[in-house]
Every structure is written in structure tokens, then in C-alpha cells.
Design a protein around this ligand. Structure first.
Ligand SMILES: Nc1nc2c(ncn2[C@@H]2O[C@H](COP(=O)(O)OP(=O)(O)OP(=O)(O)O)[C@@H](O)[C@H]2O)c(=O)[nH]1
Ligand SMILES: [Mg+2]
Length: 787
């Protein structure tokens, strides 16, 4: 059927009272736009992973780089067609899933039930140490005290369905935006996700961010509407919002039985069965007939489900057009196809805290989320000339091993490295090659993680998640096994910019613990950066937000016994140039003692993104070792820009000529000459200060729309999109981080405490001239006062 017909259906039926104001959503062709790509590190998942052996794929398919899910599917089908029965059976039983959502929607509470119902834990404990124990996945003391998840935690469990046992690898992620790297790295390596939405609050500002992250890594998701026991719970409103705000086709596959404190279970509307949670902790599911008073609602929602599926699935569309009713099997198969194809999300509901409706979510994970071999993982084969060719991996245990280290943690036994096995097997005692260093490392201990506990295993197969000890690597590094004579690299996860910094120093004399803590946190968390400012002699830490840095300061105190003093949080600015300029700089000190001489000539110009240093010296005018010193001089300058001492971004420096002195030239002289040239050229190249611009998503009841828009205008922000729901609206705007200090108080005041917002780094942009002037003058005053 034609996409136009589907488009018309969709838009005419789509949730009354909701206005669409989006330009990039194509109803008919299912081309939902991919999530935003940041900083060049992020590559959509379909082009970001993998490798494979030639036995599985023909040469042309092996290196094909798919752009749509349909193209991915062709490759996936070929891999499956050529897989062994053993591989296919193994993959069928595995699900790798993440639990992601807005802060406080109940992810950890939900995960606790999952662990209990799957028999991984013997008793349920609540977050925020409501009892003295605390939820399993929030194992850090700070998490238990604050009642928020700070680090993602991995676990695994088995779920039995239809006499089959399924192995779930599961990662519970934090909701707070300051810990967003934890969501990035989890989604980077998982195959599917459960998106948790609060039944009262619906789609919240951070849900929008998580949705963006899921799209970035092409993650299929099922949705769980939690907190159905709360007063004012309304799953239908939440579903409308998923359709409208997230622009994702969504329909319920359940209706609730009872409401608020009388919530008893759910009706599964596909096969029209009521599921009651019974027993002290809802552990027993009693199946029954659909209650009389729910029959009409079940039929209404069932029709909505079929109509929604007809929008995204050809087979259901054809059946629907013929005026027939699809069978239960046809509906389930269509949900699975459309979910894995990332065109649709089935919606389930319940209450984690009240132990209602969790088990059906586990069934839905089995039924509708992909097996590891249903997701295409593409990596890059690094050629001898340094170029990279995309290469598709096969989820087969018989193929050579390829894995990605996605998370590091310092523990009592040394560095714990979490690895996702994309291809092949990882065995205890085996060797693997660290692609970045070329070193062979032995896997002396292999474990599966269960939050902060670990269980030793002798091997893990393709598609699995495990951890190992004693391997030196960074987060995002690729490892390959024996028998692979190729260099395979998988792209790392998207790392957002650190936008807030503060100075930090131990209160008492540093005895090594402070530096140890800094090194460790920096290695574990790519969004936490540390640098030393030699001029002010201060250590500066930067991160995603005030809470992010606050947590590290607290952890240094608790875990390393070092009390610290910190400065005021500051925006991390960048300095750049807007014009090109030649330079010719001589560093000369030839009076008394050993002389110094170095002359560098070249050009400085602005470039997009990261900084670049180049040399083009003919006739050996500057010898190689001095050029290396020049590079060091350049790197020194990037750390501290000439305008206000912040980092430099987007500068290209080329040295193409120069001069040496037979006696007085040295590496030091050339390093200093380059620093002098940099400073001089930078000042001549119309330098400017850049400030972080954030995507701000604000949600509030409709009556405050005028006030919120007024607020954004006052802050000098730019509104990109407004979506109106029946009761609430969401506005997405771009604002400078500078203007956002104190925003939570202003928003609370303007919306009677009902508005909420989330911030995410978008880009750097030039500051207004008066701010630039002010910053420079403040910096100069501060410098002068130090002298
Ligand atoms: N009424 C009600 N409260 C719930 C439910 N699920 C969780 N909560 C409560 O919501 C609060 C947050 O729960 P968490 O499980 O920590 O939420 P989270 O999504 O893991 O939070 P972060 O990881 O910090 O983003 C806690 O006080 C829970 O007891 C539910 O189904 N009903
Ligand atoms: Mg949590």
C-alpha cells in the first residue's frame, strides 16, 4: 500500500487535542530522523560497530554501509542465513537491555523487581534505603543516601517463558543529565531498551533526551508506564505524548485493572487475558477472563493498536484494508518487526513499587526486543594506509573474537573492564590484542557482573556482556582475538562536552591520595576532566554540571579521605580565531650563558572542530626533533588561551619555514618560539570567546506557556519547537549555559513549581561582544592582582 494512504491515516487519527509542530517527521515512509550527532565521535550505530568472517557474508555485503533499517535488515538476514544452528539457538536466548528514563521515574525500583522475579535476589529492597539495605543496583552509599542513581550498574538474570529460559544482560542507568555518559555507554553496547515513563508526569524533559540517545544508537525500545498506583495516573495521556513529543508510533498492549491504590494487574489486550498480581510481592500471576467493565476499553485499545501497527507494518496494513482482523500471532509478529525496525514502541503499564505488571514486561522483552543477531554491528577495518573501511560483524561464537571495552572501574583487584562481546568467544586464559597499543593481553580472570558483585565464568559467547581484570585500556577501546589478521576498530560512544569547571585543592598536604583519585575518576568517566593551571597553580576539574562535580568532590572525601576546598563553578569557555594570519616569530636569547634561538614561520587559520598542527618544511630547515618540540609548544598553548586562559578550539597552525642556529637552537627554544608565534598570531587573527549553548527542554502546564516563552526570550534563547498536549506543553530551545544559572528558581517561580527542564550541551557559539569584553577585563584584572 502506498505510504501516502498510511500517512493520512496516521495524521487524521493521531491523538486529538495535540498539535504537531515538527518539520522533520515523515508519517508515511517511517523515516524518523536519527538522533543528533555530536562532536564527530558519535556515529549512528548501524555504521559504528563490528567485523565478520568471510564465511558468513559475501564480499560486497561484508563492507556494505547501510543507511536505513531496511538496508541493515538485508545484511542481518544474510548473516542469519549463513549462521550455524548453534549460533541461532544461542542468540535466541539472549537479550541485552538497558533501563533508561527521566530521573526518578522508577528505573532502579523496576530493576529490583526484575531481579526478584527472576530469582537473582531473595528480597526486595527500596531505593533511598527506605529500609536499611537499599536497592541492589544503587550500590554506592551516595546513591543510597541521595536516592538517585549515579553510575549505571550491570547485572544478568534468567527469565523463563513458554518453557524456555532466556538470559538477560541488563544495565540500569541514571536519569540525571549530569551522569548522561552512563546512558551513552550503556546504549552504545545494548541491543534494546525499556523506556520507563511516569504515569502521572508522562513524557518529561529528560525523556526527550533519552529518546535522542536511543535514536543515536538505533536502539529499539518497549515502553513501561510506571507509577500507575499514583493519584492522577493516566497512561493514555502518556501514550499520546510519546506519539506527539517523541514522534514515535506508540500503542498500548495492555489496559490497567483498577487504578491508583486499587491497581490489581493488567489486561493483555492482544490475547484478551487478565493478569492479576497476587502474593505478598506480586510474585504470582493469576490469569483470568477480562473483567466485564473493561471489555469495551480493551476492544477500543486493541483497535487502536491494530491501526497504529497498520501505519508501520505492511502486512497488518493489508489485512486491515481488507477489512479483516489480524490473528494474535500476526499482531505479535508485527509488533516484533516494527519494534526492532525502530518504527514503533509497544506500551506496557504497572507499578514497580506496588509490584504490579512487571512480569509481562519481561515477557515483552523476550517477544519484542531483538536478539543479538538481529542487530547489525558495523566496525571499521583499519587499512595499512590508515584509511578505514566499514565492516559488518557476525554474532557468532565460532568467529574470531571482537569486543568493546565500554566501562572501567577501579576496584580492589585493579581495573575492572566491562566488555561487550560482538563476535566470537572470550575465554579465561586466552589472549586478546588491544588495538590501540597493539599489545597482547591475557584474560586471566573473567566475570559476569551482578551490580557490585561478580561471578567467575570460564567463557562468554557472542552477544554477551562480561568484565575482566588487570587490563590497561581506556573506555571505548577495541580488543580482538587470535586468528584475526585484521585491525578492527569500533567507534566509541558519544562523549558530551564538559561545560562547568571549578578549582579544587586538598585542604591538608597532598599525600598522593588526591592525585590517585583524580587519575582514577578521569579514566573511568570521560566527561570528567582534570587539568592543572601552572599559572594559578590550581587544579581545575570540569564536568557536565554542578551535581556531577559535587559528587566527585564528595567521593574524594569518602573514598580517599581527602577533604577539598573548591572554587565557584564556572562556565567552560573556549577561545578561537575568526581570521587567518601569517606569522614569523623568532625566539632569541643570546646574551650570557647558553644561548637560545628558534625561528618559526607559517600561517594560522580557523578550522571546524578540533585543533590541528601541521608542518611542511622543505630542505630540513627545521630538523624533525625541533618540529616535535614545536608541536609540544602548540599543545601547551591550547590548554590556556591568550584571551581569558580558557581552552582553545578550532585553530589550525601550519609551520612551513624557519631558521636554526648552529649552537643556540634547542628543543626548548623551538617550543618557546612556537608558543610566542601562537600568541602573536592568535591575537592578530580576530580572536573571540565561545560559550556553551545548551538544548533546553522545558515542560509545564499549558497555562504557563506565555510565561515560559517570555522567560526564554528574556534569556536571549531561541525556540526551536513547541509541542502542545492537552494539559501540558514542551518547548525545546537553545540557550547559553551562562543564562541558565539560577534558571530552576526562575522557572519554579514562573510556573508555581510545576515546570521542569533539562539541559544538554549542543555546541559552542560566539559570546556577545559586551560579555567578551567583560570576561577579558575580569581576566586581566585577576592576572594583574596576582602579580
Ligand atoms: N508511587 C510509586 N512510586 C514509585 C514507583 N516506582 C518508583 N517509585 C518511587 O520513585 C522514586 C524514584 O525511584 P527510583 O527507582 O530511584 O527511580 P530511578 O528512575 O531509578 O531514579 P534515577 O536513577 O535517580 O534517575 C522512589 O522514591 C521510588 O520509591 C511506583 O511504581 N509507584
Ligand atoms: Mg535509579
Amino acid at each position: 500500500m502506498s505510504s501516502v494512504v498510511r500517512g493520512v491515516w496516521r495524521s487524521s487519527r493521531l491523538v486529538e487535542g495535540i498539535t504537531y509542530k515538527c518539520s522533520n517527521y515523515n508519517f508515511g515512509t517511517n523515516k524518523l530522523t536519527r538522533g543528533g550527532v555530536g562532536k564527530g565521535l558519535c556515529v549512528p550505530r548501524c555504521i559504528s560497530r563490528g567485523f565478520q568472517t568471510s564465511t558468513y557474508l559475501s564480499e560486497d555485503v561484508k563492507h556494505q554501509r547501510p543507511h536505513t533499517y531496511e538496508e541493515e535488515k538485508v545484511i542481518i538476514d544474510e548473516i542469519i542465513k549463513n549462521s550455524t544452528t548453534e549460533d541461532i539457538l544461542a542468540s535466541k536466548r539472549i537479550r541485552n537491555i538497558g533501563i533508561s528514563a527521566h530521573i526518578d521515574s522508577g528505573k532502579t525500583t523496576f530493576t529490583e523487581r526484575v531481579l526478584f522475579y527472576t530469582g537473582r535476589i531473595k528480597a526486595i529492597h527500596e531505593v533511598r534505603g527506605r529500609d536499611s539495605v537499599g536497592a541492589k543496583m544503587d550500590h554506592m552509599d551516595l546513591e543510597r543516601e541521595k536516592g538517585i542513581t549515579i553510575q549505571s550498574a550491570a547485572t544478568y538474570c534468567s527469565w523463563d517463558k513458554d518453557n524456555q529460559s532466556y538470559h538477560f544482560n541488563l544495565i540500569d542507568t541514571p536519569g540525571h543529565i549530569d551522569f548522561t555518559i552512563e546512558v551513552e555507554r550503556a546504549l552504545r553496547v545494548l541491543d534494546g531498551a525499556v523506556l520507563v515513563v511516569c504515569a502521572v508526569a508522562g513524557v518529561q524533559s529528560q525523556t526527550v533526551t533519552v529518546d535522542r540517545q536511543m535514536r543515536r544508537y538505533n536502539i529499539p525500545r518497549i515502553t513501561f508506564i510506571n507509577k500507575m498506583d499514583r493519584m492522577g495516573a493516566n497512561p493514555w495521556k502518556a501514550i499520546d505524548q510519546i506519539n506527539a513529543k517523541l514522534k514515535m508510533h506508540a500503542a498500548a498492549i495492555q489496559v490497567p485493572i483498577g487504578a491508583e491504590e486499587n491497581l490489581q494487574g493488567v489486561v493483555n489486550i492482544i490475547d484478551r487475558v487478565a493478569l492479576y498480581n497476587e502474593g505478598a510481592q506480586g510474585e504470582t500471576i493469576r490469569k483470568d477472563k477480562v473483567p466485564e467493565d473493561l471489555k469495551d476499553l480493551v476492544e477500543e485499545k486493541r483497535l487502536f493498536l491494530i491501526e497504529t501497527l497498520a501505519d508501520v507494518d505492511e502486512e497488518i496494513a493489508d489485512i486491515y484494508l481488507e477489512g479483516e482482523e489480524p490473528t494474535v500471532e500476526q499482531i505479535k509478529a508485527a509488533i516484533r518487526r516494527a519494534t526492532i525496525g525502530r518504527k514503533f514502541t509497544p506500551v506496557l503499564m504497572g507499578s514497580a513499587l506496588a509490584n504490579r505488571g512487571i512480569q509481562p514486561v519481561l515477557d515483552a522483552v523476550v517477544d519484542y526486543l531483538p536478539q543479538p543477531n538481529e542487530v547489525l554491528n558495523t566496525g571499521f577495518e583499519v587499512q595499512s594506509d590508515g584509511s578505514e573501511t566499514p565492516i559488518n560483524l557476525v554474532a557468532s561464537s565460532a568467529a574470531p573474537f571482537v569486543g568493546l571495552a565500554f566501562k572501567l572501574e577501579e576496584g580492589p583487584y585493579g581495573q575492572l573492564t566491562y566488555i561487550r562481546v560482538y563476535q566470537g568467544k572470550l575465554k579465561k586464559g586466552a589472549y586478546m590484542t588491544h588495538i590501540k597499543s597493539g599489545k597482547k593481553v591475557k584474560v586471566s580472570r573473567l566475570v559476569r557482573m551482578h551490580s557490585n558483585e561478580m561471578e567467575d565464568v570460564s567463557e562468554v559467547g557472542s552477544g554477551e556482556i562480561c568484565a575482566t581484570f588487570g587490563i590497561d585500556c581506556a573506555s571505548g577501546d577495541t580488543f580482538i582475538g587470535q586468528g584475526l589478521n585484521k585491525q578492527i576498530a569500533m567507534s566509541s560512544m558519544f562523549v558530551p562536552e564538559a561545560v562547568i569547571s571549578l578549582s579544587i585543592a586538598p585542604k591538608s598536604k597532598e599525600n598522593g591520595a588526591f592525585s590517585k583519585a583524580m587519575n582514577r575518576f578521569q579514566k573511568e568517566d570521560p566527561t570528567f576532566r582534570v587539568h592543572f593551571d601552572p599559572e594559578s597553580k590550581e587544579t581545575i576539574i570540569s564536568g557536565m554540571g554542578e551535581l556531577h562535580l559535587e559528587i566527585y568532590v564528595e567521593r574524594i572525601k569518602r573514598e580517599y579521605g581527602v577533604d577539598c576546598v573548591t572554587g565557584k563553578p564556572q562556565v567552560s569557555y573556549r577561545e578561537t580565531i575568526t581570521g587567518s594570519t601569517p606569522f614569523d616569530y623568532t625566539h632569541k636569547k643570546q646574551s650570557g650563558g647558553a644561548g637560545q634561538y628558534g625561528r618559526v614561520i607559517g600561517e594560522m587559520k580557523p578550522i571546524e572542530g578540533e585543533n590541528k598542527f601541521e608542518t611542511q618544511i622543505v630542505g630540513g630547515k627545521i630538523p624533525e626533533k625541533f618540529l616535535l618540540a614545536c608541536q609540544k609548544g602548540f599543545d601547551d598553548c591550547l590548554e590556556k588561551g591568550p584571551l581569558i586562559g580558557h581552552k582553545v578550539l578550532g585553530v589550525d597552525m601550519l609551520i612551513n619555514d624557519g631558521q636554526t642556529h648552529v649552537v643556540d637552537s634547542s628543543e626548548m627554544a623551538f617550543r618557546t618560539a612556537t608558543q610566542g608565534a601562537f600568541k602573536q598570531a592568535f591575537e592578530n587573527a580576530q580572536p573571540v570567546i565561545l560559550e556553551p549553548i545548551m538544548t533546553v527542554d522545558i515542560t509545564a502546564p499549558n497555562e504557563f506557556q506565555g510565561a515560559v516563552v517570555g522567560l526564554i526570550n528574556k534569556l536571549g534563547g531561541m525556540i526551536n519547537e513547541t509541542v502542545n498536549g492537552q494539559d501540558e506543553f514542551t518547548v525545546s530551545a537553545e540557550c547559553s549555559l551562562n543564562s541558565m544559572f539560577g534558571f530552576s528558581t526562575t522557572l519554579r517561580a514562573s510556573t508555581q513549581g510545576k515546570g521542569e527542564f533539562s539541559l544538554e550541551f549542543l555546541k559552542y557559539a560566539q559570546t556577545a561582544p559586551q560579555l567578551q569584553k567583560q570576561l577579558i577585563s575580569d581576566y586581566q584584572k585577576a592576572q594583574a592582582s596576582k602579580k
